[in-house]
Design a binder for this molecule. Structure first.
Ligand SMILES: [Zn+2]
Ligand SMILES: [Zn+2]
Length: 484
């Protein structure tokens, strides 16, 4: 008995000694050793990271190419229950630009508790994320050296494709819960330098989400980075300077708020509800939910103003337009500005054969947007490719036939964006605009510039139809300005 056990032991030891680790396994083993060792990593219960930094403003800057706008982040705290799969970020963001909600700092809470992703608004209201947004939130939790290496040490993880780039060794890690990352480590130190995962972005399609790690420091026997920088493709979306971090400290209660946990996770954006309300002769506001459009009827065709948000919204708006005036083809869509929430349906409009009319500063952006790959979540245009037909507006364009006139004007000098168009329907003295005046909003930081542009053009406006909210008499815009 004793003899046979001994033999088993010897043969196991020989097998272990002889089995050469794969190149993939070596990258992970070296990274684990550099961070503090496999058993130390696997024993970690909590990680709490505090710091400050910046957030970008992807898709919402002054032009499609601009990168100057952002938020200063203070009071950042990331608390992770490592084996429990729960984490929460709390932070305060202050805009460094003229923000539509005003300049006051706002608190954000972003969390995940197993399969419940959630956000808590500054007023305390918790909402549950959709299934795809929860998947992205889960992927984000692995964008840290300790979390990805710990996941890669799991026997259920799959490792593939070890390779070298300069002073980097990279390996693809598919975690036990089925998410794939590319981990890069420094060939000399073995310390992780970056993690990349691919994600779907409504406007940009397939994007690389990359977090890079610098300035490692020793925390209770584990090396942790103190500078973390996140990019979407080449656009920096956040930078964090760690001021304090602790292993196995008090992470607090990381359970999802009850309101989020008890809500259903929707499979994607909510179904669109589109209402129609006349705003003049041959013109309708296509309302419902948050982002609206306007339909304009010409003698032999239809024009849509705005294809917002995503395929779901914009395809429903296009269907509503065709239902309202079934006898005439919908041929054109005017884009008010490049901001992602107002241009997220342009690809859908192109897939439906519409010509895009936009301010000239957006031309390169839309040409690129139409050409980008959408393989992770194929959208309407990926499934039904069509070439881009585009007309650029510089300062002014008149779209006119014998029954209808629409004047498009560049809203010059707006602190909201440099790419804005407003639409004026002279027969009914209706002005269509978005974001630069939203009746009922707490602040109106762009209204003075809108008034200037209306005066400069000598437009006689009776009603304003904003694409957020409800239409109002022109007087409502005047009342946003101080009287003197
Ligand atoms: Zn905007
Ligand atoms: Zn808006």
């Amino acid at each position: 008995m004793r003899r046979s056990l001994w033999l088993v032991f010897v043969s196991l030891a020989m097998a272990t000694a002889c089995a050469k680790p794969t190149p993939e396994r070596r990258v992970i083993d070296d990274a684990a050793a550099a961070l503090g060792g496999r058993s130390r990593i696997q024993a970690v219960k909590t990680l709490v990271i505090e710091g400050e930094g910046t957030n970008g403003n992807l898709g919402q800057d002054m032009t499609p190419e601009a990168t100057g706008q952002g938020f200063t982040v203070t009071g950042y705290k990331l608390s992770i229950d490592v084996p429990g799969g729960r984490s929460r970020i709390e932070q305060t963001r202050t805009p460094n630009f003229t923000y539509f909600q005003g300049q006051a700092a706002q608190k954000q809470t972003l969390g995940i508790d197993r399969d419940v992703g959630y956000n808590v608004a500054p007023n305390g209201t918790a909402t549950r994320l959709s299934v795809p947004a929860t998947k992205d939130r889960r992927a984000a939790t692995y964008h840290h050296p300790l979390m990805i290496v710990r996941a890669a040490l799991d026997p259920q993880a799959k490792l593939a494709n070890a390779r070298n780039f300069g002073n980097q060794r990279t390996v693809d890690v598919t975690t036990a819960d089925g998410l794939t990352f590319t981990l890069a480590v420094d060939s000399t130190t073995g310390l992780p330098t970056s993690i990349v995962s691919m994600a779907d972005n409504t406007n940009l399609g397939d994007v690389a989400q990359e977090t890079s790690f610098e300035q490692y420091q020793d925390v209770n026997g584990i090396k942790l980075p103190s500078r973390l920088t996140t990019k979407i493709d080449n656009y920096q979306t956040s930078q964090l300077r760690v001021t304090k971090q602790a292993i196995d400290g008090d992470a607090g209660d990381l359970a999802a708020p009850a309101a989020a946990a008890s809500a259903a996770a929707t499979p994607g954006p909510p179904p669109a509800t589109v209402t129609a309300e006349p705003i003049g002769r041959g013109a309708w506001l296509l309302g419902g939910q948050s982002h609206h459009s306007v339909l304009v009827e010409y003698s032999d065709h239809l024009l849509l103003i705005e294809a917002p948000q995503n395929d779901t919204r914009s395809l429903a708006v296009i269907a509503k337009a065709r239902e309202l005036v079934p006898g005439k083809p919908l041929t054109m869509v005017v884009n008010t500005h490049h901001h992602f929430d107002h241009s997220g349906g342009i690809r859908a409009a192109v897939s439906e054969g519409l010509t895009v009319v936009t301010q000239k500063a957006n031309v390169a952006f839309f040409q690129q947007a139409i050409g980008r790959a959408h393989t992770i979540v194929p959208d309407a245009l990926a499934k039904n490719p069509k070439p881009l037909k585009l007309e650029a507006v510089d300062e002014e364009m008149v779209l006119k036939d014998k029954t209808m006139t629409v004047n498009l004007y560049h809203i010059a000098g707006s602190p909201h964006a440099d790419t804005l168009l407003m639409a004026y329907l002279p027969r009914d003295r209706v002005l269509v605009e978005v974001d630069v005046f939203s009746p009922g909003a707490a602040v109106h930081p762009y209204a003075a510039n809108l008034l200037e542009n209306i005066k400069k053009r000598s437009l006689r406006v009776d009603r304003i139809v904003p694409l957020h909210g409800t239409s109002v008499a022109f007087d409502a815009l005047m009342k946003t300005q101080p009287t003197n």
